[in-house]
Design a protein around this ligand. Sequence first.
Ligand code: 5GP
Length: 179
Amino acid sequence: MNKYELGGVLLGRDVIKNKVKELAKEISLYYKNKPVHVIGVLKGSVIFLSDLVREVDRSIQMKLDFLSVSSYGASTKSSGVVKINKDLDESVVNKNLLIVEDIVDTGLTLQYLINILRERSPKEIKVCSLLDKPERRIVDLKADFYGFTIPDEFVVGYGLDYGGYWRNLPDIHILRKVD
Ligand code: 5GP
């Protein structure tokens, strides 16, 4: 069993803050004339989502809903198994959905989510992800709005965890293996 410890900062809080503002501007422009139903994917996206939605222009008509999926457990590798643990509270029929994710890695989670939400007849589905790890992609997916492309490293902080820990860190760190 490998042990891990907190490594160096990959993305500092100021860099993240600026990027969140840029993303919020793009999102404000895109949803200028249509209401948006933001879907937060628990728990990894909560810190990002709460910063992001407060930067979106106040004229945008926005609602928030959350769902929880499990894909990793206490591991750094994708199991490929994605399960809904908590479903949305509201119907998404005929709504403009914006899924907010922390990271797109293999893309399996997002593909699964998009597929199940599509079956519920929304008007549109867009995706915003803070991080994109394209090197490990298994399915051909790209977020419509994304913050940073990162290398193939396991990262924690700013909502992202390892075994439930480190979500509260204000910066994004690399997780380092201890021999
Ligand atoms: P995917 O299904 O795209 O492989 O993985 C998506 C989910 O895996 C993310 O929502 C996140 O919970 C987790 N994940 C993928 N890469 C990382 C990473 O580098 N750090 C952390 N903490 N979680 C990750």
